[in-house]
Write a protein that binds this ligand. Structure first.
Ligand code: SAM
Length: 732
C-alpha cells in the first residue's frame, strides 16, 4: 500500500513489472476490469464484438491531456503560432528509450486549431528536453490564463450551443467552469479592442463551494457579463427584468444542462469507477436529470437552443432523459440534427432501444416486467424506452466513444424551442401581438410551469431513502482525478433534491452606483475616463455602514438583473470585473485613494486618456519586476523624470515587448502604484514571476520580512466580495 502525499497515492518499493496489468499511480490497487459493467454495455450499446472490445480496451488506457487556447483574447492566434513554430517544430523526432513520440497535435474538429492534444506519458516529459520545455510553457500559460487544460469531450457542448456574441446564456450546472469559460469567450465574440463586452452568462451550481471554485476559475476571463448563482437548477427562479423600461420575463438565448451524472465515460481518468460502478447511480440520478433539463427548457427563448450533456455512457441518463423531456414538453422542443456541425468530430447515433438491469443482472424492457410492487417503485418508469422511441429521432443524439478519437466517453443532444411552452413564452408572444399582460397574469402562469417540473417526482423512486442498488453516486469532478461521492450531500442517498449548503456565508449586498457617486467622480477625473465609458454600470459591495473597497463594472444585461424587482429570489455568488480598488493610507490628500487592478486593465485601458499613463522600456520593466519595491531613482533617466512629475497614486505603464519570447502580446499594460519615493508593480505574484522568468530569466526578489510583518501584504485582501490575489502592496 502506498502513502499519501500532495493528494496522490504513491507506490512504495520497486517500479512495476513490465508484464503486470496496467496500474495507476493514484489507485495502485485498481484493476481496470469490471465484468458487470462490460456485460451491461455489451447489451446496451449495440456494437459489434470487435468494436466493443476496442472500446473496452480504450477505457483502460490513460487519457491524453488536452488544452484549449483561450479565445477572447486577441492573442490566441499568436499563442497558436508560438506553439507551432517554437515547440511543435522542435518536437518532430523525439525518441525516448527507443520509442518515438509524436509532437502535440491540434484536435481536428475544434475550430481554428485552438485545441490541442498531447499523447505522451509523464515519464517522457521528464526525459525529453523538448517535451520538458513544452510542459514548462504549458504550466506558465495555464497560470496566466492563456491556455485552459480541458478534456476534449468537455469542449463539445459549448461549440454545439452555437453561441453568438452578446447573447444571454445560462449554464445550469456549471462548476468547476470549463464549459462556462468557453461560453464566456463565445459571448464576448472576437474581441474588438475598443468594444465593451455585452451579454449575460449566468453560471449556476447547487454546491456553494463549487460555485466559489467556479468564480475563482473564471476570474481570469474578466467578464462583465458573468454572474454566478447558487441554486438547485431544477428550481432555478423566475426573474423579470426591465428591458427598455418594459417588464420582461427572464429568458435565455442558449442554455446548457451539463447535468450531474454517474460519470462512467470518465473511467480513463477517474479510475475508481472501475470498482464502484453499478447501474444504480444512473437510476438514482435520472429523475433529477429530467427535472434540470425540463427547467432549462422552460427558461429558453422561442427559437433558442438548449444542449443536454453527460459524461456517462448510460442510456438511462441520456436517451431516456431526452425521451422523457420530449414527452413532457409536448412537441415544443425539437431534437436537432447536428450532423453537419463539427463535421470532423466522430460521433455515433443515439440509441432508440435499451434495457434496464435488475438487481440480479436480468435485463428488462418495461417496468411492467417487475412483478413485486416493493421492487417496482425503485425503477422510474421513464428510465425505460418509451413505446414511441422510434418516432423521437433519438438517433440525432451524439454518442462519443473513447476508441473513436482517443477521448473520454460522452453524450450530447441539441434542441431548439419551436413552440411556446411557458408563461414567459406566452407573455412574449402576447406582446408581439400587442396584448398586455399584468405581472399577476405572468406569476400565475409561472406557478403552473413550476408544478410541471415538480411533477417529475411522481414517477421517480420512493423518497424513503431506499435507493436502487447503490446509495453512492459518483459525480464528475473536472478538478480531481477522484470522483466525489454525493451520498453525504443527500438525504440517505436519494438524489431527489440537492440539500442547500447550509455553510454558505451571507454574501455582501450588491449595490449599483453611477456618475453621481463621489468615488466614481474621483476615479473618472484622476485616471481620465473618456466620455464613451458608461458611468452607470458600476457596482460596489459592502455591508451597510462600511466603506466599500472595490468598484466593479457589469454589462448592461447584468445591470438589468441587479435592478430587477425579483432580484431577491436569486442566490447571487459573484458578478462584476473589479476595475478599481482602495489602496489604503495615502498622505497626499489631493490624490485618488483608488488604484487600477490588473484584471480590470484590459477592459478599461482603451477608455483612459493619457494623464496617468507612461511608456517605459524593457530595462525599466526589469527593475520593476525584479525588485520588490524599486526606488524612483533606480529607473532610466526619462522614466525617473516622468515618475517624479506624477502625484502619488495609480499609474498605468505600457511596455513594448515585441521581439521578446513572450507569446502573448506585443504590448504589456501593467498598473503600478507610485509612492513618494518608490514604485511597485500591482501584478499578482504568479504573473510577476512568470513575466520575470520568461523575459529576464530571473526570480523576483521576495517581499522584505519587515514589510510582511507590518501586515502590508494583506492590506488589499479582497474578501469577502472579491478574490483576486496577492497583489503586492505599496509602501509610500
Ligand atoms: C458534470 S458537473 C458540471 C461540469 C461543468 N459543466 C464543467 O464543464 O466544468 C455537474 C455539476 O452539477 C452540480 N449539481 C449537482 N446537482 C445539481 C443541481 N440540482 N442543480 C445544479 N447543479 C447541480 C454539481 O455540483 C457539479 O458541479
Amino acid at each position: 500500500m502506498g502513502y499519501r502525499k500532495g493528494g496522490r497515492w504513491k507506490k512504495k518499493g520497486n517500479a512495476q513489472r513490465k508484464d503486470a496489468p496496467v496500474r495507476y499511480d493514484s489507485y495502485p490497487e485498481v484493476e481496470p476490469d469490471n465484468e458487470t459493467f462490460k456485460q451491461y454495455y455489451k447489451t446496451q450499446l449495440q456494437l459489434t464484438d470487435e468494436d466493443f472490445d476496442k472500446m473496452y480496451q480504450s477505457l483502460k488506457e490513460p487519457l491524453p491531456s488536452t488544452f484549449r487556447i483561450t479565445g477572447t483574447r486577441s492573442n490566441a492566434e499568436q499563442i497558436r503560432k508560438f506553439i507551432e513554430e517554437q515547440h511543435v517544430a522542435n518536437m518532430q523526432n523525439i525518441v525516448v528509450d527507443d520509442v518515438k513520440y509524436d509532437p502535440p497535435v491540434p484536435l481536428p474538429w475544434y475550430p481554428d486549431h485552438l485545441a490541442w492534444k498531447i499523447a505522451c506519458p509523464r515519464s517522457v516529459l521528464r526525459k525529453s528536453p523538448e517535451y520538458a520545455s513544452f510542459q514548462h510553457f504549458m504550466v506558465a500559460e495555464n497560470e496566466t490564463g492563456n491556455i485552459n487544460r480541458q478534456e476534449a469531450v468537455s469542449m463539445i457542448p459549448p461549440l454545439l450551443m452555437d453561441i453568438k456574441p452578446h447573447q444571454k446564456v445560462l449554464d445550469m450546472c456549471a462548476a468547476p467552469g470549463s464549459k462556462t469559460a468557453q461560453i464566456i469567450e463565445a459571448v464576448h465574440g472576437n474581441d474588438k479592442y475598443n468594444e465593451l463586452p455585452a451579454g449575460l452568462v449566468v453560471a449556476n451550481d447547487a454546491d456553494y463551494k463549487r460555485a466559489q471554485l467556479l468564480v475563482h476559475q473564471l476570474k481570469r476571463l474578466q467578464s462583465p457579463c458573468f454572474l454566478a448563482t447558487n441554486h438547485d437548477a431544477s428550481q432555478f427562479p423566475n426573474v423579470s427584468t426591465k428591458e427598455n423600461g418594459v417588464e420582461t420575463p427572464w429568458q435565455f438565448d442558449r442554455v446548457l444542462c451539463d447535468v450531474p451524472c454517474s460519470g462512467d465515460g470518465t473511467m480513463r481518468k477517474n479510475k475508481k469507477i472501475w470498482t464502484s460502478w453499478s447501474q444504480g447511480g444512473a437510476l438514482a440520478l435520472h429523475p433529477l436529470q429530467v427535472q434540470i433539463f425540463l427547467r432549462g427548457a422552460q427558461l429558453i427563448k422561442m427559437g433558442g437552443r438548449i444542449v443536454y450533456s453527460t459524461c456517462s455512457l448510460n442510456p438511462i441518463e441520456n436517451e431516456a432523459v431526452v425521451a422523457e423531456v420530449l414527452r413532457l414538453t409536448e412537441g415544443c422542443l425539437e431534437l436537432k440534427d447536428v450532423s453537419l456541425e463539427l463535421p470532423e468530430l466522430i460521433r455515433r447515433p443515439g440509441l432508440t432501444s435499451w434495457k434496464v438491469m435488475t438487481r440480479d443482472n436480468q435485463y428488462i424492457e418495461s417496468v411492467d416486467e417487475i412483478k413485486s410492487g416493493r421492487v417496482r417503485y425503485k425503477f422510474p418508469k421513464s428510465a425505460f424506452p418509451p413505446k414511441n422511441a422510434e418516432e423521437l429521432n433519438l438517433d440525432r443524439c451524439l454518442r462519443i466513444y473513447p476508441h473513436d478519437q482517443d477521448t473520454g466517453g460522452f453524450f450530447v443532444a441539441v434542441f431548439e424551442k419551436v413552440k411556446p411552452m411557458t408563461a414567459a413564452d406566452r407573455v412574449v408572444l402576447a406582446r408581439e401581438k400587442g396584448e398586455t399582460l399584468t405581472k399577476d397574469d405572468i406569476q400565475a402562469a409561472e406557478a403552473q410551469d413550476a408544478s410541471v417540473v415538480e411533477s417529475v417526482n411522481v414517477d421517480s423512486p420512493s423518497p424513503s431513502g431506499d435507493t436502487p442498488e447503490n446509495d453512492e453516486v459518483a459525480i464528475e469532478d473536472e478538478t480531481s482525478s477522484v470522483p466525489k461521492k454525493r451520498h453525504s450531500d443527500l438525504p440517505e442517498g436519494v438524489p431527489k433534491k440537492i440539500k442547500q449548503d447550509i455553510s454558505a456565508p451571507k454574501e455582501a449586498p450588491f449595490e449599483l452606483i453611477d456618475g453621481t457617486n463621489e468615488n466614481v467622480e474621483e476615479v473618472r477625473t484622476f485616471f481620465g475616463l473618456k466620455e464613451e465609458f458608461p458611468l452607470d454600470q458600476f457596482l460596489v459591495r459592502a455591508e451597510p455602514g462600511n466603506k466599500y473597497r472595490n468598484i466593479y463594472f457589469v454589462s448592461q444585461a447584468v445591470k438589468d438583473v441587479l435592478q430587477s424587482s425579483d432580484f431577491g429570489r436569486l442566490n447571487m455568488v459573484n458578478t462584476g470585473v473589479r476595475l478599481f480598488t482602495r489602496q489604503g493610507s495615502l498622505n497626499d490628500v489631493n490624490a485618488c485613494f483608488f488604484r487600477l487592478t490588473t484584471e480590470g486593465v484590459p477592459l478599461i485601458e482603451p477608455y483612459l486618456d493619457d494623464r496617468r499613463k507612461l511608456a517605459v522600456s524593457m530595462e525599466d520593466l526589469k527593475v520593476l519586476l525584479v525588485y520588490a519595491f524599486p526606488l524612483v531613482s533606480q529607473f532610466t533617466t526619462a522614466v525617473r523624470d516622468a515618475l517624479e512629475n506624477f502625484s502619488p497614486g495609480g499609474v498605468l505603464l505600457s511596455i513594448d515587448v515585441e521581439h521578446t519570447n513572450l507569446p502573448a502580446a506585443t504590448r504589456l499594460m501593467i498598473p503600478v502604484w507610485k509612492g513618494k519615493t518608490s514604485v511597485n508593480v500591482l501584478l499578482n505574484k504568479h504573473d510577476k514571476k512568470s513575466f520575470c522568468m520568461r523575459l529576464f530569466d530571473e526570480i523576483p526578489e521576495d517581499i522584505p520580512d519587515h514589510i510582511k510583518e507590518r501586515g502590508l501584504v494583506n492590506q488589499n485582501k479582497d474578501t469577502p466580495e472579491a478574490s483576486t490575489p496577492n497583489q503586492t502592496p505599496a509602501p509610500q
